[in-house]
Design a protein. Structure first.
Length: 527
């Protein structure tokens, strides 16, 4: 029952949050904080054995399949500098700062804290970027960073943790473990992606294909972790490949898959942000003797170090490579605005908390892990601080910087040209097929094929036309509205015939599905 209430409550808050200007992740965290103090609400302690293998893979998978492999490849340098270089830099800087700020905190435990809070969240920044319409290059960089940085942070955490608990590790050993995890994760993804894609394209039923789709991220993650490689990278590699080749899967699978993964992502994203807020009582109860002004000062100092360290890394990583004339020629002019937004879009999330909760209670020899509860507290306050301060201010900041708006006219024109080329090839194919006597069709049916093709070709061009002077609607808005009115009238007739027992429910479902597909086609043609 608590799990059901968590899912239902977070989904309700997320749905309501879409109607207000406050970022949805922040609303969910605030709701979790408020609910955590309601009498009778049980403790929702983040279990890393649940969050990392069960929640992280599907969130990464849906984000990666929605990403563009070609765009990410074009932005490989800034993505790598953020997802690997920045995470390692933040681990070191935050760790050293915490060691200097907090009396009695060992350097090894401080580096554990640094690794925990190093990776920005995989959902929050890109959700804000899409909502306010950031340029595609910035959105691609933030997406790419969020796909890979968890792997870097988890590996850095394992190395720091080994030193903290007394297992003994060296710089060479840490670098070796990092390389093994990274290369192994990519390798597992490369090995799995082709057979999984082959299986997807050879299953004959959309239901089976989508069942496989739901299993793929968990399989990739589990196989990689089994061989001590990075499950995160394995999931990302597989998802990017499958997303890049999704056109090879039949249309029924794509329609179902889009709906299924949108629902899964919505539920999981809503639940994980609500879980962040619900951790407050658990974290505060374990804080112990450190409280009041000392705890507030430590939290503020770590948050400031995390925020500033990102800018310290982002600006040199952005502009130093541009000292090369070849880089400047390839990437064009760049203002200070883009790196400023990337620097400010560093919200932390549930992965940091999940990693923090996986810190063991004791070190080798049985002694308590040094300041474990304080590390949990500082992780929690950093996550909340970045979500509140950066999450709330990022949308107005982006609007204030006034990035160039998307050129809708140019995008529509490009779409129309692409559709025209495709329609011309399709028409030539149709003529060749109809010339074969084995494909003979009555004239009305052949004309219907040509009419459908012509309507698809003309639909995009019509969007470039003028608005209706009476209603203010564009041509495609009017077309969509009239199409829906006609389909609605047909639905009413079908339901009336079912109620009058002229047709049964099975036939009604068949007829309604046909209308649903036609309505979806009409909507897609004009959007």
């Amino acid at each position: 029952m608590p799990l059901l209430l968590l899912v239902a409550g977070s989904a309700a808050v997320a749905a309501a949050g879409r109607r207000v200007p406050v970022p949805v992740p922040l609303l969910l965290v605030a709701a979790g904080l408020a609910v955590s103090y309601v009498p009778g609400v049980p403790d929702y302690t983040l279990d890393p054995h649940v969050v990392l293998p069960l929640l992280l893979p599907p969130l990464l998978y849906t984000a990666a399949t929605d990403s563009s492999y070609l765009d990410l490849r074009a932005q490989a340098r800034p993505v790598a500098l953020l997802s690997v270089g920045y995470v390692l830099f933040a681990t070191f800087v935050v760790g050293c700062a915490a060691y200097l700020i907090v009396p009695g905190l060992p350097l090894t435990a401080a580096l554990v804290l640094g690794a925990v809070v190093a990776p920005p969240d995989a959902v929050a920044a890109t959700a804000v970027a899409r909502r306010v319409g950031l340029p595609s290059r910035i959105t691609t960089i933030l997406q790419g960073e969020s796909l890979v940085n968890d792997a870097t942070a988890i590996t850095a955490f394992k190395v720091a943790l080994a030193a903290a608990v007394g297992e003994g590790t060296t710089w060479a050993g840490g670098i070796g473990e990092f390389l093994i995890a990274a290369v192994g994760g990519v390798g597992v993804g490369l090995v799995l992606m082709v057979p999984l894609h082959w299986l997807r394209t050879h299953l004959t039923e959309a239901l089976l294909q989508n069942t496989l789709s739901l299993l793929i991220p968990f399989v990739a993650y589990a196989v990689a972790e089994q061989v001590h490689a990075s499950g995160v990278l394995a999931v990302v590699v597989v998802a990017l490949y499958l997303g890049h080749r999704a056109w090879e899967v039949d249309f029924a699978t794509r329609l179902q898959e889009e709906a299924v993964w949108k629902m899964v992502a919505f539920v999981l994203e809503s639940a994980v942000f609500a879980l962040i807020g619900l951790q407050l009582p658990v974290v505060l109860r374990g804080l112990g003797e450190i409280e009041g002004l000392d705890a507030a000062w430590y939290a503020l100092a770590v948050f400031l170090v995390v925020a500033v360290a990102r800018f310290v890394w982002v600006y040199p990583a952005t502009f130093l490579p541009r000292l090369s004339a070849r880089v400047r020629a390839r990437e064009g002019a760049l203002s200070w605005k883009a790196p400023f937004v990337i620097g400010w879009a560093g919200m932390r999330g549930v992965v940091s908390l999940a990693i923090a909760f996986s810190i063991p209670l004791t070190v080798h020899g049985g002694a308590p892990f040094p300041e474990r509860n304080l590390v949990l507290f500082l992780t929690f306050t950093t996550v909340i601080g970045t979500l509140v301060v950066q999450g709330v201010s990022l949308p107005p900041l982006i609007r204030l910087l006034k990035f160039p708006a998307h050129d809708v006219q140019a995008e529509t024109l490009a779409e129309a040209n692409a559709q025209a080329q495709a329609s011309r090839v399709a028409e030539e194919r149709l003529d060749a097929l109809l010339a074969d006597e084995r494909n003979t069709l009555p004239a009305p049916l052949a004309d219907r094929l040509r009419t459908v093709l012509e309507r698809r070709r003309n639909a995009v061009w019509e969007r470039l036309g003028q608005v209706n002077p009476v209603t203010g609607e564009t041509v495609d808005d009017t077309y969509r509205r009239l199409s829906r009115e006609m389909i609605s009238a047909e639905r009413e007739v079908f339901v009336r015939l079912r109620d009058g027992r002229y047709i049964d429910d099975e036939m009604l479902r068949t007829l309604l599905r046909r209308l649903d597909l036609e309505e979806a086609a009409a909507y897609r043609e004009t959007t």
